[in-house]
Design a protein around this ligand. Structure first.
Ligand code: GLA
Length: 391
């Protein structure tokens, strides 16, 4: 259905008058509250919680905007994406990325990696070791019995340097020193976030090293396309352009096989809701406590989406484009409601999902997987785009 500009104006005006009138009525019961909340535009976490001293460095807060009202907030602490406002089908801004109001809250929820930039190696390395150039490398085992998302103090928990900021883009850089967290080589890395004119957030990673090392950077935002605090993500509709996945053992380390999704609950080659098969009796779902699996993307050259997800209440659709060969689909299985998000709601079980574009988990120990080795003279470069529209 098409509305003229004037038509839309009348509808919006009428809706606003009606909802204002509804709000002015004395509250007879608590059901008056949702009407009020519904008419407000979502906001970003406020600046004041992000000016702290962490590891002796002052932290900062930044807001980016594009011409269509899309907005995003960041901090240099962990190069976190703190919130992302996008318009829903009625033009109202929703915050679709879980965030908190202060650095302390991120510190408390560290093991969930909300909104963080992840490195040096995103996802798991089995038993915290691998061999490079014939030498055994030992890492800190922070997710027993494995290393997860960089180890004891990953890129999510350090203060990055801010290199450049414009109205719609920001670049952070970080030098991960030789042997930091056990990894060889001084790794000079950069991450750039850009809000584009077509309502996408484009994330570009770059790194160089002075010794052979491994790199696998990603972003660990949890999305709720109905808006954070609006309940579970189980009715979100998902489609992946992924015919295969990497099945895991009980510690979420890939077995090394690449298997078809066909006939399993991981088959999202046709659209299905997250919740439709999440409770199926299936060994992989049991091991992941839900979805916590790496999908092997059919095509990953930015020419077509690797994933598309739609919020059932808002009609907000997110398409993902990436140069990475894999995507970790995590359905918020470890969320327990222990943290209060921006806006006041708790981070309850499965109220957010992550889609971490990446190389496959445990690649340093799986020679048949695409390599994550970076050598001196090479430049690590990957791009991931989360693009928003309404249906
Ligand atoms: C990744 C992992 C999950 C979980 C989350 C953070 O997505 O695959 O198992 O550890 O990070 O809670």
């Amino acid at each position: 259905m098409k509305f003229t500009f004037e038509g839309r104006f009348v509808i919006v005006l009428t809706a606003s008058i009606l909802s204002l009138a509804a709000c002015k009525q004395p509250a007879k019961n608590t059901s008056a509250t949702p009407t009020m909340t519904d008419t407000t535009q979502a906001t970003l976490p406020p600046e004041k919680g992000f000016k702290e001293i962490v590891d002796g460095k002052l932290t900062h807060y930044y807001v980016l905007k594009n011409a269509h009202g899309m907005q995003a907030a960041f901090t240099d602490y962990g190069a976190h994406l703190l919130g992302l406002l996008v318009p829903d089908k009625s033009g109202k801004l929703k915050d679709v990325v879980i965030g908190f109001d202060e650095i302390e809250a991120y510190k408390k929820a560290l093991s969930a990696y909300y909104g963080a930039t992840i490195g040096r190696y995103g996802n798991r390395i089995a038993k915290g070791h691998f061999v490079i150039d014939g030498r055994r490398i030992d890492l800190f085992v922070n997710n027993k019995p494995n290393t997860l998302h960089g180890g004891r103090k990953g890129f999510n928990d350090v203060v990055w340097d801010t290199k450049s900021v414009t109205d719609s883009s920001i670049t952070f850089s970080y030098l991960s020193k030789d042997w930091e967290e056990g990894y060889p080589g001084n790794l000079q890395c950069k991450v750039t976030f850009e809000l584009t004119g077509d309502n996408a957030i484009k994330i570009s990673y770059e790194a160089t090293t002075d010794k052979n090392t491994v790199v696998n950077m990603t972003n660990h935002s949890y999305f709720n396309l109905n808006g954070i605090g609006s309940g579970t993500i189980l009715d979100h509709l998902v489609q992946f352009n992924a015919s295969n996945y990497t099945p895991v053992d009980s510690t979420l380390i890939p077995t090394g096989n690449i298997e078809p999704v066909a006939g399993t609950p991981l088959d999202f080659t046709k659209p299905a809701t997250i919740g439709s098969r999440i409770n199926d009796k299936n060994d992989q779902l049991k091991k992941g406590k839900g979805y916590d699996h790496n999908l092997v993307l059919d095509k990953h050259d930015l020419t077509m989406p690797v994933a598309s997800v739609t919020g059932d209440k808002t009609g907000i659709e997110m398409q993902i484009f990436t140069t990475e060969p894999g995507l970790q689909f995590y359905s918020g299985n470890f969320m327990t409601g222990a943290n209060t998000m921006h806006g006041g709601a708790k981070d309850d079980y499965r109220t957010g999902f992550a889609m971490e574009t990446q190389h496959f988990p445990d690649s340093p120990n799986k020679p048949a997987f695409p390599s994550t080795v970076l050598k001196p003279g090479e430049v690590y470069k990957t791009v991931t785009i989360y693009k928003f529209s309404v249906k």
